[in-house]
Design a protein around this ligand. Structure first.
Ligand SMILES: [Ca+2]
Ligand SMILES: [Ca+2]
Ligand SMILES: [Ca+2]
Length: 248
């Protein structure tokens, strides 16, 4: 089970469903509890479940069919596919359409990688396959078959930004080992060879921003506590050099 908000997390039932934001019958928050959870200011209605693939791990939101209503893209690690759920604009979603990816997808992000003003998808494979896959969007909610790029490291996480300032989106992939790879975009939906940076980070999650005001995208990651270590840790800021490389 994948939950999008406060009550839930990966559930114990093993069900493969996408859960809408909400306060379920088995949890409470500051304003509601169980069946009393309805129409409370600041709270959510009961969850609505949507079947997707097996072991959904991550969700991206975007308007994939250009109808002005947000849609969902969900990567499913065990079934090795991606589920697209088109939004109805009222908080409900249509039945998922699944696209086979293979491997063990672990994270997904969306952006227009080929400049046709239609959202595309980038999927990281955290299963040791060392690839990121691009699915070019057709603008009607469907996608072209995935094209994979070698990342040079495990790819647990993927994000996109323009790291070299050429106006086209590039990809950042990162691993639990702290390894980071930048794949510069060519602007036509294809990407160049991965540029690797090693960090002391112990989480694949990386935030992107221009932290020193030079107009170039920088990174921040973190050292969480490893097993057996104390709970201390550090943030690691990596300043961008504007060519896909970074410096501490
Ligand atoms: Ca839509
Ligand atoms: Ca596109
Ligand atoms: Ca770029």
């Amino acid at each position: 089970m994948l939950a999008l908000a406060a009550c839930g997390g990966e559930g114990s039932s093993g069900r493969d469903t996408l859960v809408n934001t909400g306060c379920g019958s088995d949890c409470c928050n500051s304003t509601c509890c169980g069946s009393n959870c309805s129409a409370q200011p600041g709270s959510f209605l009961d969850p609505v479940n949507y079947p997707v693939g097996n072991k959904p791990l991550a969700v991206a939101v975007g308007d994939f069919n250009h109808d002005g209503k947000p849609d969902l893209a969900v990567v499913n690690r065990s079934s090795g596919d991606i589920s697209i759920l088109l939004g109805n604009g009222d908080g409900t979603f249509q039945k998922a359409t699944n696209y086979d990816l293979g491997g063990a997808p672990s994270f997904v992000t969306t952006g227009d990688f080929n400049g046709d003003h239609r959202l595309d998808l980038a999927v990281a494979d955290g299963g040791g396959n060392n690839v990121v896959s691009i699915l070019v969007g057709n603008g009607d909610g469907t996608f072209q078959p995935p094209v994979s790029y070698t990342t040079g490291t495990d790819a647990d996480y993927v994000a996109s930004a323009d790291f070299n300032g050429d106006g086209t989106l590039d990809l950042l992939i990162s691993a639990k080992t702290g390894a980071i790879g930048i794949l510069l975009g060519n602007g036509d939906g294809t990407f160049q060879r991965s540029i690797l940076t090693s960090t002391p980070g112990t989480t694949p999650f990386v935030a992107i921003g221009d932290f020193n005001g030079d107009g170039l995208m920088d990174l921040v990651t973190a050292t969480g506590a490893r097993n057996g270590e104390s709970d201390s840790g550090n943030l690691i800021v990596l300043l961008g050099n504007g060519d896909g490389t970074f410096r501490e």
